[in-house]
Structure formats: structure tokens, C-alpha cells
Design a protein around this ligand. Structure first.
Ligand code: ZN
Length: 167
């Protein structure tokens, strides 16, 4: 069988990329969440329900970070975060920075903060807790911040960071 001729090899004089950061595109209006621990990146995606977001979403993980080792970044066009979303993100990514972008520029940089009390964010891991049997908004006190530990207002169960589930 006659072999197909291989297409001529592309000359490997590829032009140098002008800027490294182009690999994740800039957004005109929206929100950039930076300094997410790499393993929490997709939790933030879930929290923000970005699978349903109609605008551009760019997600990068395993980026080198001076402070976190590896980090994730999420860029979401045409979206501003609600207070509840801020609180949820603080639970899974306490070091995250939220940048509000207007006209391709950072207009505001906000560090998320874990509140002392959090409502309707964390799921109680106690199966007999009233919040799991009835439609009750969950309420938790943050008893420790680093690493985060919370206590259910209703059943007083203490939940450690690794067991925290998001509503
Ligand atoms: Zn409970």
C-alpha cells in the first residue's frame, strides 16, 4: 500500500507568544477569583454553579503560587458574586481574592473572610439533625478558622474542615 506522504513538517521556528498570561483570556466585565487552593477550584465552580453560567468561564488549576504551592484561578464574565457566594467561597478557599473587573481593569480587590456565623452554606453531617429532616436553613458557628471547624446551631455537632459539605 502506498504510504501517504506525510505533510511537510511545520517549521519549528514558532513565533514566541507575546505574553504568557494570554493562556487564560482576560475578561471585560466580571469577576476573577484568585488564590484558590488547587483542590478547591472545582468546589468553587460548583458553589457558583458555573456549569450553568451563560457567559465566558475560564478555569485554571495547578498554577504555581508563592503562598499556596499550587493554586487555581476562575474568571467569570458578566457575573458579580452575592454575599452568600462570598461566604461559601470563604469556607472552601479562605485565602481567595475576588477581583471585580470593569473594562478589562481590576476595579476592586476583595479578600474573602470567613464569617463567625454562617447561614445556609454548610450542610449538617448529622443525619438526624432537624436541618436534614425538615426544610430548615442551616446555621453554623465558626469555632476555628484555620483550619476551619464549625458547630451546628441546632444539634451542636462539630464538623472538621475535611467533612464540611456545602448546601
Ligand atoms: Zn445539625
Amino acid at each position: 500500500m502506498p504510504k501517504k506522504k506525510n505533510p511537510p513538517k511545520k517549521q519549528s521556528v514558532e513565533r514566541k507568544e507575546p505574553k504568557k498570561q494570554l493562556s487564560i483570556s482576560a475578561i471585560e466585565e466580571g469577576t476573577v477569583i484568585d488564590h484558590i487552593p488547587t483542590d478547591a477550584t472545582f468546589k468553587v465552580v460548583d458553589i457558583l454553579k458555573l456549569n450553568e453560567h451563560p457567559g465566558i468561564v475560564s478555569i485554571a488549576t495547578n498554577l504555581n503560587s508563592m503562598t499556596l504551592g499550587k493554586k487555581g484561578i476562575i474568571k467569570v464574565a458578566s457575573k458579580l458574586l452575592t454575599e452568600s457566594e462570598f461566604n461559601k467561597i470563604s469556607v472552601v478557599a479562605p485565602e481567595a481574592t475576588v477581583n471585580i473587573i470593569r473594562n478589562f481593569n481590576v476595579r476592586q480587590k476583595i479578600k474573602v473572610k470567613i464569617p463567625d456565623f454562617i447561614e445556609n452554606v454548610i450542610k449538617c453531617s448529622n443525619p438526624v439533625c432537624i436541618t436534614n429532616s425538615e426544610k430548615v436553613r442551616t446555621k453554623f458557628y465558626i469555632t476555628e478558622k484555620r483550619p476551619i471547624k464549625v458547630k451546628c446551631h441546632y444539634c451542636e455537632r462539630l464538623i472538621k474542615k475535611e467533612d464540611i459539605g456545602i448546601v
